[in-house]
Each structure stands twice: as C-alpha cells, then as structure tokens.
Design a protein around this ligand. Sequence first.
Ligand code: BES
Ligand code: MN
Ligand code: ZN
Length: 479
Amino acid sequence: MNIQSTNSAPESFSADAVAVVVSGTDDLKALNEAFGGQLVALLEERGFKGKAGSVEAVPALGHIGARHLLVAGLGDGSPADLMKTAGAIGFAARGLKVDHLAVDFGALGDAAEDVIETLGAGNYRYNTYRREDARKPAIATLTLLNAGDLPSGFDTRSNARMDAQSLARELVNGPAADIYPATLAAAAQALDSIDHVEVEVISIEECEKRGYVGIVAVGQGSDKPGCLVHIKYRPPGATGHIALVGKGVTYDAGGLSIKPSSGMQTMRCDMGGAGTMLAATKAVASLGVPVNVDTFLGCVENMINGNSFKLGDILTYNNGVTVEIHNTDAEGRLVLADCLLLASKTEATTIVDAATLTGACVVALGPDYTGLFTGDDGLATELQSAATSTGEGMWRLPLHAPYNSMLKATWGQIKNVGGRAAGSTTAALFLQHFVTDEKRWAHLDIAGSAFQDSKNGHWEPGATGEMVRSLTRWIATQA
Ligand code: BES
Ligand code: MN
Ligand code: ZN
C-alpha cells in the first residue's frame, strides 16, 4: 500500500473515496454545504450517531472530489476507538472497490501505525477461489488528510506488518488440499531470500532419526509426510535473542479420536500458529529488527489410516518425558513439545508459542481474544502492552501449577489430556513440561482469534492473522 500524507479539505480532495471521522453530524458543516445541505439530513435519517466502528457510505454524485464519501464515527477518540473505526473504513472501502482512499482522522500522532494497519486488516479479502470478475481490489493508495506529524519510516513498518498479516491469512484460509506440510514448509523456505535468514526443513525421516516423536506420531496417519521447519534469523549487531514456536497442523480430523463432521469444517485453520510465527518472522527480518530469532514450526496432518497413532500409545520425548495418549485429537501439544524442546536448546532467552490449541479457549474467550499463559509477569506485561497498542485482544489465563495433577498418567509420566475442567490451562501445563526453567516462556492459544466463523466487526469470515502485528511489535522491544 502506497501511503501518503497531505493537508487538504476532504470535500476538495480527489480520490475514489474520502472518509471523514466525526463525533456527530455537527462536525460536517463544510461537507453538508458541499452536498447542498442534504448530507446531515441523510445521516440523521440513517441514525448515524458517531459511534466507534460505524461507517455510512454516501455516493458523492459530483458534490465532492471523490466518488464516495464515508462518514465514520470517532467514538470517544481513544486509540482503541480509532482503530475500530479504521477497520470498519477499510472493510467498507473494499466493498466499494476503492483503489485510492483518502481518510481524515485528524492528527494521529503515535497511534498512526496501528490505525493504518487496522484499516488494512479490514480491507483484506481472501480471493483465491473467487471468480475473477467477483474480486474486489485492495486499496492501492492511502492518503492521510490532515494527519499532523507522522513518525519517520512509519509506512515501511506498517507495510511490513500488513503484508505479514495478509500472508498469515492467505496461508490459514488456504484449503488443506493446497496447504499441507510440504507447501507450508515451502512458504517458510521463501523467507530464505531475506538477508540474514536461513531456512532448514527437517524431513520426516530425519525427524524419526532425531526422535521428534510428537511430529512422527501425529503425522503417521496421513499420506502427506510431516516435517519440522527451522527458520534462523541472525541480523548483524543483534542484541537480543528470542525463539518462536508454531503449531502447524495443516488439517485436524482428530485422528482415531475423530472429530464430528461439524468440528472438522474449519480445521484447515489448525496451522494458524505456524502461519502466525512464519509471518511474524518475515516481518521482523524484512525490517531488519536487530534481534536473533529461531522459529520452529511443527507441520503435520492429523488424519486416519491404518498407521494412525493410537490411544494407549506412549511417546518418549527427547527430554525423557513419557506421554500416554488418551485422545489423538489433543495432537497440537504433542507436536509443539518437539518444537519447544528445540527452542529450549537455543541461546534464546524467551520463547513464545502460538497454537490453535483448545476448544476450551474458544468457549472461554470467544473470537475476540487470544489466551495468554505464562508464569512470568514481566513477559505478560510486555506481550499485553504490544497487544494493547495493536488493538488485538489478549487475555491472561492462569497457568495454575496444581492442575498438573490432572495430567498424571498411569503407565507414562503424563497424559496428553486432562479432564473437561480447565482444558486450556491443562494444555498449557502440558507444554510447560518441554520448556527449560531458565527460559522465559509464554503460550498464546489462538483457537478463537485465528479464525472467524462468520463476519465479526472488520473481519471477513476466515483467517484473521491476529498476533502477527503484536508479536512483530513485541520482538522489536527485545533488542
Ligand atoms: N485444533 C483443536 C482445537 C480447536 C478447536 C481449534 C476449535 C480451533 C477451534 C485441537 O487440536 C483439539 O482438537 N483440541 C481438543 C482437545 C481435547 C481433546 C482435550 C479440544 O479442544 O476439543
Ligand atoms: Mn485436535
Ligand atoms: Zn488441533
């Protein structure tokens, strides 16, 4: 997206659409005049009250320089409300096939990047399987009107984060017939072209040799071989080192503990954690953020065939922990365990994982929040402040050690499921067995936030790419 800034009155600026952000119809004197005194009456007729996230599209009919006028609500003017409105403007602009959008938010200051990026998130559509003539183009040029002083280089940073978020959404929206372990690995391999990035794809045969038992067991019921992807980013002059881990279950049928048909409908989303971490790594590397990053993606399909892993199987991980399988649909944690063990062996001081891990998290938080689990209050604050800045919902849930008793196994050391109680917490506690104590560690359960079952606010149905921007921002603070 080409981003420009200029001082001009919205009524005279020429673009496909011009958007104004107002607290009510009183703020529309000049535009109302341009519309021959009809605009305020029309908006009142439609019940426009200046609420955050409300957008009224009005055909300009030659009254102003643009083809369409978008009148959007300012809400209380807080950054959170501005982002909500920006997302709604982006969404509306896509519907109107706007190539060049001009927006008058007034002075944006430090909120500029997150407001622009939320607008971009609302503007996204998944088009791959739409008829050519049914596709609507994304905004190519965004002109900020009267935005005041903008942070230097804001457009480069915003574009890197928006592109990365869109990449995550393309990968997650892609049907499992297109996105399977080998193609997900190929998407990661494409990062090779960025300076100081190296990508290694560890084949399933090599995973077997190295004892990555979770990836091997979960993937063995599929005709599509799994793999483990390691992306290494080593910028010159790096002063921090983090590791990212992503769940890359490209399809989750549940295995022998098979899901009901309805539960399988959207399970192509189950590589959302890998898509998120791949994209966040791409954003920081393309921006040259001076932090070393090791990213591990566990890529498998959880399917059923004569070789599927079974209930009662016991997996022995490389740290000696033995895991008794009580439900093959609790597969994400098995795959993440191998990746967390590898992340623990790096020089990283902090590990963050992202996974569409539990239905329980969707029940608890719904689609608007990512669940955050960590025993480190400082890390919780860092991640939550990044998420507050980007406007992405993140809510901390307890990593309550006493519930480890729910994971106690009979023959192995731990079971791969607890009971129905505290399902997201017991999943997080399971993961903790594979992270060494010296590392700071946080787990993001994106089961609700990675994928919208139906339109929600500025999200079209499907992948959101949430957490890509928050993580990218957070990583930059680790230098
Ligand atoms: N991928 C699912 C979790 C999920 C559910 C993601 C809904 C997105 C939307 C995960 O692998 C799973 O099946 N979890 C089980 C765990 C249970 C067997 C302990 C679940 O949540 O039901
Ligand atoms: Mn599952
Ligand atoms: Zn899963």
